[in-house]
Design a protein around this ligand. Structure first.
Ligand SMILES: Cc1cc2nc3c(=O)[nH]c(=O)nc-3n(C[C@H](O)[C@H](O)[C@H](O)COP(=O)(O)OP(=O)(O)OC[C@H]3O[C@@H](n4cnc5c(N)ncnc54)[C@H](O)[C@@H]3O)c2cc1C
Length: 397
């Protein structure tokens, strides 16, 4: 057997894990189903502790250089404008990066891949789709579908970082419990300059609205607008230029037609794997948990999984701790996905879509109280920037 850690999936979770292990002199072998790293838009908000974690691999600097620093985020409505603005100054003592960075997630992936290759990691196999996994004695073996037919590889552990439809999870017989939302999310990107019309906007803005909530997030050169769409609306009707224009005009009326750079429709789920570990197989990132994107916790949480698991593998690999340290990964990270990320992202959605005047009033009152009370606002920011959940997890033993 080759002494190495097998990683299925070269997304932010798999590549972050590979970077940490490489820094700790642990050999990795990465399998990616696609022919190259996908350049899709997906996540764009990096939270402070994620930037702290990515610093040793030069990634925070790249994200800052190639993205936008967002020192505040806002809740708004169309009628009253800003309901509450949260400033990361409040938690500046807790992180080296007291801000969000708004940057496309593929830029992180490209950087980590480049960083790994500069460290001499050459076992990165594209066009290798994992389709089989078997544990025997001291090793785990995988079978990958490749352009040259099936290939088999083995190593000490296999990490499933292969996304929401994880083959590793399914091959391990692990269930993905939870539900799929009735509504789907439409993301439209445009170069339209919202700042010209709404001057006090942050780069991250969540709009509460009983009729149609939305978010407005900035990435370099583009604003991303996300809307909920009804399950029974036909894709062709949703993507129809006229209907997109109508939605965009609803957010901000303009005499010009909106130029659309990208439009994507997502099914949205709240699911957590019943197990994060089966023997020598572990799950991280979307393979282990998925949630709606309100609050930007999916990719961030996946990178936090990677850090947590990598620390434990490192301690075990270098004989600093015995094998039981690996059990802690599931114990620490699964409750966070269930109790924190799942609940907070559901709450975020419910707050924005609240229909009754009573529920809308409660949310606005909650925000007004936070704006009045610095200590409560600070605790809230610690929670939504995921620092509290990392600290809570580290206390579980
Ligand atoms: C609209 C939208 C906005 C979002 N915004 C945010 C945000 O602002 N902040 C945030 O934290 N999260 C956000 N997310 C979620 C975020 O995109 C995901 O949580 C993140 O991509 C998960 O990373 P991952 O590495 O676990 O999986 P992925 O990024 O899905 O990567 C998995 C990789 O595995 C590969 N793969 C799949 N199957 C196999 C196989 N059998 N063998 C080998 N390789 C395989 C895939 O090709 C892929 O490259 C958003 C998601 C959406 C849809």
């Amino acid at each position: 057997m080759v002494d190495q850690i097998l990683i299925a999936g070269a997304g932010p979770a798999g590549l972050s894990l590979a970077a940490y292990l490489t820094n700790a002199n642990i050999p990795v072998c990465i399998f990616e189903a696609e022919a190259s790293l996908p350049k899709n838009l997906r996540a764009s908000t990096f939270h402070p502790p994620t930037l702290d974690f990515l610093e040793p691999f030069g990634a925070s600097k790249v994200l800052i250089d190639e993205g936008l620093i967002a020192p505040t985020f806002q809740y708004r409505d169309r009628e009253n404008g800003c309901l509450a603005e949260f400033d990361f100054d409040l938690i500046s003592a807790e992180t080296n990066h007291p801000f969000h960075v708004q940057c496309e997630q593929f830029k992180l992936n490209l950087h980590l891949l480049d960083w790994l290759s500069k460290q001499g990691v050459d076992d990165i196999y594209f066009n290798h789709k994992i389709k089989g996994a078997k544990q025997t004695g001291d090793e785990v073996a995988v079978i990958a579908d490749t352009p040259n037919g099936e290939q088999s590889y083995n190593g000490n552990l296999l990490i499933g970082a292969d996304g929401a439809n994880s083959a590793v999870r399914q091959l391990s017989g692990i269930n993905f419990e939870g539900f799929t939302w009735e509504d789907r999310f439409l993301v439209v990107s445009t170069a339209f300059d919202y700042k010209k019309y709404i001057q006090d906007l942050s780069f991250v803005n969540y709009y509460a609205d009983p009729e149609q909530w939305f978010f407005l997030l900035k990435v370099p050169g583009l604003w991303r607008v996300m809307f909920p769409v009804q399950r029974d609306e036909k894709d062709a009707d949703i993507f129809n230029a006229e209907s997109i224009e109508k939605r965009m005009q609803w957010v901000q009326a303009s005499s010009d037609t909106f130029e659309v750079a990208h439009k994507t429709l997502y099914n949205v789920h709240q699911r957590v794997a019943t197990d994060y570990r089966k023997g020598r197989i572990f799950l991280i990132g979307d393979a282990a948990h998925i949630n709606n994107p309100l609050g930007g916790m999916g990719m961030n949480g996946g990178i936090h999984d990677a850090l947590n698991l990598a620390e434990k593998i490192t301690d075990f690999w270098h004989n600093r701790k015995n094998a039981s340290v690996l059990d802690l990964y599931e114990k620490q990270r699964r409750p966070i996905a269930l109790e924190y990320v799942n609940k907070q992202s559901i709450k975020n959605k419910q707050n924005l879509e609240a229909k009754t005047p009573e529920a809308q009033g409660q949310f606005r009152e909650f925000l007004a109280e936070l704006m009045e009370d610095k200590q409560r606002a600070r605790e809230y920011m610690m929670r939504v920037s995921m620092i509290s959940s990392l600290r809570e997890a580290s206390e579980i033993n």
